[in-house]
Design a protein around this ligand. Structure first.
Ligand SMILES: *[C@@H]1O[C@H](CO)[C@@H](O)[C@H](O)[C@H]1NC(C)=O
Ligand SMILES: *[C@@H]1O[C@H](CO)[C@@H](O)[C@H](O)[C@H]1NC(C)=O
Length: 425
């Protein structure tokens, strides 16, 4: 089991050496960036004061949705915490938030030098670009390990907390595909890696191992809980209850359109605000088909996430029920129609294509280490000027969009360069 085949040695050793070198460089950079931030940490009064929040609201461009019937009863939410979970279609939501924020000139709390808030370290306000205690923001949406105490300091008290979950079995499959190369213990796996892992997880997993959280209860981990919690630990129920109090809306990736309609309803937004193209999808040939037996194993292995998912799947459908099933159907159809319309306007060939076929690097999505399995789009060349900007923004992947919004991404880019030149060589 442990014997490496001769032919595999060279790449494995190469990856090993690189990994050691990279870890050291990253650690050094991490310490450097962290040092500068530690001093800012302060006390209770760091919280975004209500007065500031109000002046922030007044500064907004006045919402133009006044013609919509909705707007008579509510005004669009501008203060939003979106807890971006991994491998849950959250990049598509991010694109929606970026566009909305840009349109209304909202203030994002962005990370500095990278696209996440020092993940997997727990979130701290000091990780926010240009943060000063007492500063207010409208939108927080980049990857983080959730830490409510800190997030709450950045946003006005009326901020709406939203997140998204996905079936933990599919999430696990996706996370395994995307990250297993970053978890050194899995380098011993041979041909059918996912199956081998699930048949014997304890052999390839250790809670202490580097990056191991990607391979067990990743949702629990993202929300700041213990992902190695025992299946019968009462903390699971407590943690789920805790989340249900903190989040106003929990979306479910399997019901993506319904989720967006509930989001629109909760935030008092318009249909226009939630039209989208599915971003960061994986080519289907790279998705492992799990047998029912393996699905059960994956579910057992991610039991805490499974319970989390079931809880919020139930609350989700209760929300749909309250919203009205018929009304939901109508609105979902309308959203699909609008999406298809935009697709026809913006996308060359009408569909996502593989990375090698994307002409313009601006639309090339970030790829996992040693793979190019993430699909992207080509934008049509002869788009009517009226739609050009919208198309461009809808098609821009996360990293490029962050860069367009003025976020420096030197650390992310350095890692990307190393990933592409060395690991794909
Ligand atoms: C609102 O706008 C005024 C004037 O343009 C500016 O002085 C103030 O700092 C802004 N407030 C916030 C919270 O951005
Ligand atoms: C989620 O809820 C829906 C509606 O009740 C149900 O049909 C579906 O099976 C649930 N999914 C899971 C994984 O429990």
């Amino acid at each position: 089991m442990f014997g490496l085949k001769g032919t595999k040695c060279t790449p494995v050793i190469r990856v090993l050496i690189l990994w050691v070198v990279m870890t050291n460089i990253m650690l050094m950079l991490y310490c450097l960036t962290n040092q500068a931030n530690v001093k800012i940490r302060g006390s209770q009064e760091d919280t975004c004061p209500i007065k500031m929040a109000e002046s922030l609201r007044k500064n907004m461009t006045s919402p133009s949705q006044s013609t919509k019937s909705q707007a008579e009863e509510c005004s669009p939410a501008l203060n939003i915490m979106f807890m971006k979970t991994h491998k849950t279609a959250s990049s598509t939501i991010l694109n929606i938030l970026f566009r909305f924020g840009e349109k209304h000139k909202l203030k994002f709390a962005f990370p500095d030098g990278r696209n996440d808030f020092h993940y997997p370290s727990p979130f701290l306000c000091s990780q926010v670009k240009d943060y000063r205690p007492g500063e207010c923001f409208n939108i927080v949406c980049n990857h983080m390990r959730f830490n409510h105490q800190e997030v709450v300091k950045l946003l006005p008290p009326d901020a709406v907390y939203v997140t998204i979950l996905r079936d933990p079995v599919d999430l696990f499959e996706s996370s395994f595909h995307y990250y297993h190369r970053a978890v050194p213990l899995t380098w011993r796996l041979n041909s059918n890696k996912l199956e081998e892992f699930l048949n014997n997880p304890q052999t390839f997993y250790s809670p202490e191992a580097y990056n191991s959280f990607y391979l067990k209860n990743l949702l629990f981990f993202d929300f700041g809980f213990d992902n190695n919690v025992e299946d019968d630990d009462p903390r699971i129920v407590r943690d789920i209850h805790d989340l249900s109090k903190k989040f106003d809306l929990v979306l479910i990736a399997e019901y993506f359109e319904e989720s967006l309609i509930l989001l629109k309803d909760t935030l008092c937004w318009t249909m226009e605000d939630i039209i989208y193209f599915k971003l960061n999808a994986r080519k289907s040939s790279s998705v492992s088909k799990l047998t029912p037996d393996l699905r059960t194993k994956a579910l057992e292995w991610n039991k805490a996430d499974w319970r989390l998912y079931q809880h919020f799947n139930a609350t989700f459908w209760a929300r749909v029920e309250a919203f009205g099933r018929e009304r939901m159907k109508r609105e979902v159809n309308e959203l699909k129609r609008r999406n298809a319309e935009m697709k026809a306007i913006c996308i060359e060939g009408g569909n996502a294509v593989e990375a090698q076929q994307i002409w313009n690097r601006h639309f090339l999505p970030w790829q996992p280490v040693g793979e190019s399995s993430i699909l992207g789009y080509n934008m049509k060349k002869d788009i009517h000027p009226k739609y050009r900007t919208t198309c461009e923004k809808m098609l821009t992947p996360e990293i490029q969009y962050l860069s367009d919004l003025g976020v420096s991404l030197w650390l992310t880019r350095l890692w990307g360069w190393i990933k592409d030149t060395v690991f794909t060589a």
